[in-house]
Design a protein around this ligand. Sequence first.
Ligand SMILES: *[C@@H]1O[C@H](CO)[C@@H](O)[C@H](O)[C@H]1NC(C)=O
Ligand SMILES: *[C@@H]1O[C@H](CO)[C@@H](O)[C@H](O)[C@H]1NC(C)=O
Ligand SMILES: *[C@@H]1O[C@H](CO)[C@@H](O)[C@H](O)[C@H]1NC(C)=O
Ligand SMILES: [Cu+2]
Length: 518
Amino acid sequence: MWSHFLPILLIPLVSAKTLELYWELSWKFVAPDGFGRPVVSVNNQWPPPALDGVVGDRVIVHVFNRLGNETASIHWHGLQQIGQNTMDGPAAATQCPIPPGSQFTYDFHVIQAGTYWWHAHVAGQIADGLRGPMNFKDPKAPYQRQIDGELTVTLGDWYHTQAPFLIQQYESAENAAAGGPEPVPDSGLINSGQNITIKVQDRKTYLLRVVNLGNFVGTYLEIEGHQLTIVEADGIYVDPVTVDRLYLSVAQRYAVLLTLKSPRAEEGAILMKAQLDTAMFDSTPANYNPNFYGYLVYDDRKPLPPQKPITNLMTVDDIDLVTARYNPFIDQVDAYDHVDHQIILTMDFTTIDNKNRAIINNVTYVDQKVPTLYTALSVGRLADNPVVYGQNSIPLLIKSGEIVELIINNHDAGSHPWHTHGYNFQIIARNPTNGGDYPGGLLRPPHPRPCRRDTTTVHANGFLALRFRANNPGVHLIHCHIEWHVVAGLVATLIESPTSLQGVVCPYPGTTWTPAAV
Ligand SMILES: *[C@@H]1O[C@H](CO)[C@@H](O)[C@H](O)[C@H]1NC(C)=O
Ligand SMILES: *[C@@H]1O[C@H](CO)[C@@H](O)[C@H](O)[C@H]1NC(C)=O
Ligand SMILES: *[C@@H]1O[C@H](CO)[C@@H](O)[C@H](O)[C@H]1NC(C)=O
Ligand SMILES: [Cu+2]
């Protein structure tokens, strides 16, 4: 099934191996912040496993859905799955949701290095805990000689109520009448816990891979008394920038260099401070605590330092990051200086049938009964006609080879972290809050090597311009990564050269696996 579409590998794959994993999804009761609730576990383990490999590896994950009362699917966030679109994971776009008692095998080659994450791609399931970090090492990474080790830190907002009930409340008539506020998280988690400890050695330099695997709000991270040097954003190497703290919208990642100083003599650890971005809430409940903590521990016989919240929120704007010259896994690092195909999406929220709904150019995305990829594979030459996909899939047809510019005009009073499946993009322009719509005309990139990543924010009542080269025939969702906005329909579908997939892509993976009954 891969033969026609095997990606062109830009570097020789010295250490390619196959990681074959068996993941059974089932409910488990846990209390990561002290409050007990059911979550979706993997092999009865929660937090679920990290997926770590090396660029060039083949990954096979047999997912068996033993939830009984919910469907499932898994997306490998940030992996473009070039030539392997059926492995992308979003239910109703590239596959059917996996029914309870059934299985799906993901089988893909990894041709990107860096910091990623994997997560559920059926409504709300990230909030029920089905997510984890995913990293692929590049033996030739620019920072490789500077580091003594690697650490992964996941951040994210956390709810005490299960997603189906949060969604019911979010979509209620009362919530629509109140202007559609998103559920306010109950807490935040570091590495799926609070006050967690990570063993480190002082005066060593670590590559810290940081992921926001939350559902709604951006999160700040500070390592007390230390600066962080950003070397990678969403899997793309950047010219190093040293900052006092990080801000990650949901779904964003950074890899940073952290050189640990000796701790204060009386303490055996360094405080990791995290804070939820309460500016994204419609209103903040009284006495709300957005702060949560962890510790980097050198000496566990000595006391931990006291907890103190982040007070300064200044940090780098990702549009100012410069893509490094060494980036072997993308087509070019220089700015795309022209546009072959411009797509303008105007987004807002409204009330339809007493429900809070997102609209993109006046249409709300609806999960397709027939996954859009299957439509593309089965309608012959009509696949080039957007009408066959139904207007509620918000089909955006593009052609391989085009430089596509995506403009997002945000008419909502909140900011939104937009994510593209299938591509990473250059950030070409972004207005500040209340900066207004795209003014028209050819935009000039902010610098010769614009920041390139797969998730970035459009500010409230502002616009965002992104460019990428269409080099991945297939069906690729683009959406705001706020889980509640996905539920509200803030999603569209890029469809690249669909007729070229026909007769080439087989929608059903061949492998089957049935675990022993429990
Ligand atoms: C974390 O530590 C703080 C300060 O010691 C404490 O108040 C809080 O209850 C702890 N949280 C958990 C979940 O252990
Ligand atoms: C599905 O079952 C789990 C485990 O019994 C339960 O916690 C959860 O609330 C159920 N989901 C729904 C939508 O009822
Ligand atoms: C959306 O609908 C409104 C009113 O129904 C109309 O004025 C506007 O032009 C439409 N916008 C687009 C982008 O179709
Ligand atoms: Cu959003």
